[in-house]
Write a protein that binds this ligand. Structure first.
Ligand code: HEC
Ligand code: HEC
Length: 210
């Protein structure tokens, strides 16, 4: 199937549900996506190191994260809008999902899931990455297959993600600030600072599988 554009999404949503109020809600969704893309880049291909690439992650994962921000299971880090009409103003994920209903969240998750994960250009420490690979295979690969590069695992996409965002995620997991699956916690608890650095370098050298 081709990549879903915003116009096509609008059509789909409009056709699926029906009359006048629905046209308005489809336009709302397009406007919300514009807001997301002001930070995450077109199609979720963020060009900014503190903002994760989200295009191409699974709809299930994206939907769950948006609810997690809304319900307070995930902390929201403030960041300046790098582009768009609010460029330079401070915003965060809690604000971005505030007031969205479950139908809107599902439509937005579908849209970003249909996009391609564009790997940003980052330098990596190859030697450290090799140590990271060993740790990954031993502790993480059973849930994050293909080097953390398979959207279908419904566990985000680690492969090719921005280093700054990966580091922040580990800080939040280790500090208990972000919810993690019950069976992931004991693996993360085993890691020391050096292990985390090595894993991050490993993911930075990888790319998602299509
Ligand atoms: C003001 C900038 C900004 C806006 C607007 C914004 N985001 Fe984010 N988003 C971020 C930042 C920064 C992070 C990572 C830090 C955090 O968790 O707060 C993030 C994290 C995420 C994540 C988690 C990614 C992962 O791998 O778990 C998802 C999903 C996401 N955003 C989707 C969206 C969607 C959908 C919208 C629009 C409804 C949106 N964002 C609007 C800045 C923004
Ligand atoms: C039992 C399965 C399991 C194991 C083992 C596991 N994870 Fe996870 N991981 C998940 C799931 C599921 C998620 C998505 C959680 C959510 O929905 O919030 C996740 C999320 C993550 C994220 C956040 C992704 C993002 O886009 O923000 C990172 C980083 C991560 N895991 C790293 C690791 C590392 C490193 C290891 C090994 C030390 C590991 N995980 C072991 C299942 C696992």
């Amino acid at each position: 199937m081709g990549r879903m554009g915003k116009e096509f999404l609008l059509l789909l949503v409009t056709a699926a549900i029906a009359p006048a109020s629905v046209v308005a809600s489809a336009q709302d969704i397009a406007a919300i996506i514009d807001d997301c893309e002001s930070c995450h880049g077109r199609g979720g291909a963020s060009a900014w190191k503190d903002i994760p690439v989200i295009g191409g992650m699974s709809a299930f994962y994206l939907d769950a994260q948006l609810h997690a921000y809304q319900d307070g299971y995930r902390p929201c880090g403030e960041v300046e809008y790098p582009a768009g009409p609010e460029r330079g103003l401070v915003g965060d994920m809690c604000e971005a999902v505030d007031g969205l209903d479950a139908t809107q969240i599902a439509a937005i998750a579908d849209y970003f899931a249909e996009q391609v994960f564009i790997v940003p250009d980052q330098q990596a420490d190859r030697q450290l990455a090799e140590q990271g690979e060993e740790l990954h295979e031993r502790l993480c690969a059973k849930c994050h297959s293909e080097g953390g590069g398979l959207a279908f695992d419904d566990a985000g996409i680690l492969a090719g993600q921005w280093r700054g965002y990966l580091q922040q995620s580990f800080r939040q997991f280790r500090a208990g600030e972000r919810w993690q699956p019950e069976k992931m916690a004991p693996t993360v608890e085993q890691l020391d600072d050096r292990d985390v650095e090595a894993l991050v370098e490993f993911y930075v050298t990888r790319a998602p599988v299509e």
